[in-house]
Structure formats: C-alpha cells, structure tokens
Design a protein around this ligand. Structure first.
Ligand SMILES: C[S@@+](CC[C@H](N)C(=O)[O-])C[C@H]1O[C@@H](n2cnc3c(N)ncnc32)[C@H](O)[C@@H]1O
Length: 197
C-alpha cells in the first residue's frame, strides 16, 4: 500500500510493519490485554494485536477525522466490531484521554518523526503510565537523523527504554510478512517503561 492521501495517517509506514511483527512475535503477551495505539493511522500493529486476542483501542489526532475514519475502516475490513476509536492529540489532557479504561500496553509506530512533537508524545505516555504504572510502551521509529533522540526526554519524564534488536523478533529483513516496506530504512524498536524507585 502506498500514499493514498498526503495525510501521514493514510499510509502504512515501514515502522508499522516492524511493530506489527513484534506484536505477532509476542502474541502470547498481548492475548487478553488492553492495548491502546497512539497515532494509529492505518492501525496495522493494533489490528494484529486484536487478531492475537487483545482488546484494542485505536487513536489518532483528534483534529484529523480522516485518520480516525481510517482506523474505523481498518477495523471494518478486518471484521473487528466494537473497537473504540478515539481522538487523542499528543500532549493534550482531553476528556477522551481521561475517559480511557486501564491499559496494559501502548503501541505507536513512527510517531517520532517531528522533533517538536517528541515531548508531546512522551508526556501523553507519561500520563498513561501514571494511571497504569505496570504498562509498557512498545514503539518503533525510523532513524531519519543521527541528531534525533528521545533519551533526554525519557530521563526528564522518568521513563527508561530498552532497544530491542530487530533480529530478536526476526524483523531484520528488508521484506517482512510479504511487505517490502521496511526496505532499506533503519528502524529501531524500543520498549519503554516507567522508572521504578
Ligand atoms: C508517520 S504517521 C504513522 C502512522 C502509523 N502509526 C504507521 O506507522 O503507519 C504518524 C501518525 O501520527 C498521527 N499524528 C500526527 N500528529 C499527531 C498528534 N499531534 N497527535 C496525535 N496523532 C498525531 C498522524 O495522524 C499519523 O497517523
């Protein structure tokens, strides 16, 4: 699938394929868990999680109804009914964020693409981890600049990360699950948790 619309959320990004592979590889960990996807767009990782038995909530920018429609359409095409799709704009404490049920895992693929948004993403995850202290944030990002890093922000927001080698979940390939999208992009996978004192 390639660009259908200039909106970022109307395209399956290479990071989504890698995160979906991580979810599939760890499908026993997601079974019967409640999983929230941030910046979901076409929602591939969330849909795979649902297929693996998770209760999923899909979210995208509250100001981009086309992206939220896309989340709905992905559910319909995959015969998933009753999935909560909600507008969550990073960095905003909104009624939709406050109304979320407890979550076990937060997913996000390719949400670290605009450095000015990095802290908004992290602050939203921080809010969710304060409410759900045992939750984990599973995220993939594409290395677009050697200067970009979220490590300082994770330290500031009292979170820690583990970089998961792609080969550990068989994602160190240019083609993954019949998709050429990972291609020659450099993609990294992190599991982020709240620092425990
Ligand atoms: C690069 S796309 C990645 C989409 C999808 N996760 C994937 O990997 O295929 C970034 C996504 O973040 C969403 N997004 C951008 N800014 C946002 C914001 N401020 N709050 C919430 N979502 C946002 C976009 O609508 C888009 O769906």
């Amino acid at each position: 699938m390639y660009v259908l619309d200039p909106q970022y959320g109307m395209h399956v990004w290479p990071c989504a394929v890698v995160l979906a592979q991580y979810v599939w590889f760890h499908r026993r960990l997601v079974f019967e868990k409640t999983i929230l996807e941030l910046g979901a767009g076409v929602s591939l990782p969330g849909i795979v999680a649902a297929r693996c038995g998770a209760e999923i909530i899909l979210s995208d920018n509250a100001a981009l109804p086309q992206c939220l429609d896309n989340c709905h359409r992905s559910c319909q095409m995959n015969n998933l009914s009753g999935v909560l799709v909600t507008g969550l704009t990073w960095g905003q404490i909104s009624p939709a964020l406050l109304a979320l049920p407890p979550v076990d895992i937060i997913l996000a693929s390719d949400v670290f693409f605009e450095p000015e948004d990095f802290e908004d993403v992290i602050s939203t995850v921080h809010y969710l981890m304060e409410k759900n202290p045992c939750s984990q944030f599973w995220t993939t990002h594409q290395v677009r600049s050697a200067d970009w890093s979220v490590q300082g922000l994770l330290y500031k927001w009292e979170m820690e990360s583990i970089f998961v080698p792609l080969q550990s979940f068989e994602a160190n390939k240019e083609q993954l699950a019949d998709s050429p999208l990972p291609g020659r992009h450099t993609i990294e996978m992190m599991v982020i948790t709240k620092v425990t004192m």
